[in-house]
Ligand binder design. Structure first.
Ligand code: UD1
Length: 417
């Protein structure tokens, strides 16, 4: 298995181009199942996860053509069965449920795998499909759903915010009969992007980006071109890399508005943030001050940046509290940071992080996608060589990570093996 060896302690400086958003690309690729024409997506990041989603829709019978950061998807589904071998690698595979059910009236999807960050059930996805009139059965590790005469628009009030369940419901309701209203919808930028793309295909969706989405069902969709939004989590990770190395990074090809919550916190830690139109410069010349955070659905502090932020607080000048409100088991990076001599106590769904002037290099192991990159950040700030194993998690979500960071002065070497 590949490892990263990071010789840390260097200040990063330079410009990094942000890739397209993984979490936007995944539902967009799934939405091609409903298109009926050709869906052309640009700014697609080529990552293990986007390639898995491509493989899944190819398995279902669609044709894909990939060139640079562009993909053209066409054709009709010839299979309505998303098997365990295809789905287990990635939880987002559940996003084929809504499109296949809405378009073909029948679907069988394996219960998903993905990051080990809590139990992560899919009950809300199933419940929403039932509300739209589907008959759903969960047996032998599979979700089987059908609707004889199509889905029927209705009012769906989510008991709590779920990004994936909002996306699945929005896609399914696009081809349902009549009007669907989703209340307590997720407001993430990736939902806005999906709504915009579906509208380009002929859907009638409004309110995406608010917690109240209204969808007037249409009979069919057609060809569209769509550019995937920038990856705000990748950009946020590099912003923290600038702060933790007391460096100076300019991130381009991104939308800074989507990171307001992080930037507000980074400013309090002492970093300077200069917002441009499609760029941001983050620089710092001193050790971070401790600042407490609690993760929240968008527009709050993203759970997908919690681990990276903990690395910054592990070397901050004082103690801070980090609370995780979205996932119940998202502190798997803590034991690894402790191996690097971090001083962190877990207390239920919060951590008390006592910042230390220096961490120490140690062999550490990646446990999920964001935990992996948190270890990269910690290693960048630590003098000496840190070895990170199991980095396949990293490859699921970060395009050319070593290349991008090494161009700015990092010393990261990948050992293939
Ligand atoms: C998406 C993101 C992920 C991010 C998360 C929260 C993608 C591909 N992944 O994941 O990177 O960390 O949003 O911002 O976009 N839940 C249930 N039942 C359900 C669905 C969710 O209990 O049916 C719970 C989850 O276990 C979790 C919470 O709801 O505790 C939020 O999860 P959700 O927003 O659905 O996350 P994902 O869409 O899986």
């Amino acid at each position: 298995m590949d490892k990263l060896v990071i010789d840390g302690g260097y200040r990063l400086s330079g410009t990094i181009k942000i890739s397209g958003a993984k979490n936007a690309a995944l539902p967009l690729i799934a939405s091609a199942l409903m298109c009926g024409g050709i869906l052309r997506l640009t700014n697609v990041p080529w990552l293990a996860d986007t390639l898995s989603m491509m493989k899944l829709i190819e398995h279902l019978g669609l044709q894909t053509q990939k060139k640079d950061d562009e993909i053209k998807i066409s054709g009709e589904a010839s299979s309505l069965d998303a098997p365990y071998e295809q789905v287990r690698k990635m939880r987002a595979s559940i996003l084929v449920l809504g499109p296949l059910l809405a378009r073909y009236g029948n679907v069988k999807v394996s219960l998903p795998g993905g990051c080990a960050i809590g139990t992560r059930p899919v009950d809300l996805h199933i419940w929403a499909m039932q509300k739209l009139g589907a008959i759903v059965e969960v047996a032998d590790g599979y979700i089987k759903a059908r609707c004889r005469k199509g889905l029927i628009g209705t009012k769906i009030v989510f008991p709590f915010v779920s990004v994936g369940a909002t996306e699945n419901t929005m896609m399914a309701a696009t081809l349902a009969k009549g009007r669907t209203q989703i209340i307590n919808a997720a407001r993430e930028p990736e939902i806005i992007d999906l709504g915009n793309c579906l509208n380009s295909m002929g859907a009638k969706i409004s309110g995406h980006g608010t917690d109240n989405i209204v969808i007037e069902g249409v009979a069919s969709l057609s060809s569209a071109n769509h550019r995937v939004i920038a990856d705000r989590i990748e950009a946020g990770t590099f912003a923290i890399a600038a702060a933790i190395t007391q460096g100076d990074l300019t991130l381009v090809n991104m939308d800074p508005v989507y990171l307001n919550a992080l930037f507000a916190v980074l400013e309090q830690t002492g970093a300077t943030i200069q917002i441009g139109e499609e760029s941001v410069r983050v620089f710092s010349s001193s050790r971070a001050k401790p600042v407490d955070i609690a993760t929240q659905p968008y527009p709050g502090f993203p759970t997908d940046l919690q681990a990276q932020y903990m690395s910054l607080m592990a070397v901050a000048d004082g103690s801070s509290k980090i609370s995780e409100t979205i996932f119940e088991n998202r502190f798997m990076h803590v034991p690894e940071l402790l191996r690097m001599s971090g001083d962190i106590q877990i207390d239920g769904r919060s951590c008390i992080v006592h910042g230390k002037a220096n961490l120490k290099p140690a062999p550490v192991m990646a446990t999920d996608l964001r935990a992996s990159v948190c270890l990269v950040l910690a290693a960048l700030a630590t003098e000496g060589k840190t070895t990170i194993s199991r980095i396949y998690h990293l490859d699921r979500g970060y395009a050319n990570l070593e290349e991008k960071l090494n161009k700015c002065g990092a010393q990261i070497e990948r050992k293939i093996g």
